[in-house]
Design a protein around this ligand. Sequence first.
Ligand code: SF4
Ligand code: SF4
Length: 91
Amino acid sequence: MVIIVETKSRIPLAKPKLGVAGKTGLWRLEKPIIDNNKCVRCYLCEIYCPANVVRVERDSGAIIDYDYCKGCGICANVCPVGAIRMIKEGD
Ligand code: SF4
Ligand code: SF4
């Protein structure tokens, strides 16, 4: 099943697109998992994600475009409430 996530940015960074390297999410060794019940909608994960693939919505919480998330873990490190944890890709 393919899930298309609309992640228009509030910040002035280009959104990743399919290029010669393919979908950069394929490089990922670890994957961020968000518990939106814990999320306080602070937007830090969206602001700090270097790939610009996180979108935080007031109603639904944080959503990640896994096609282009590289698994760097910055979002998990900046989250003030521990709502994001990293797991091994494929777990
Ligand atoms: S792991 Fe890195 S690339 Fe993926 S959403 Fe978090 S900050 Fe962005
Ligand atoms: S950093 Fe954590 S609390 Fe803040 S919006 Fe992202 S998931 Fe929610």
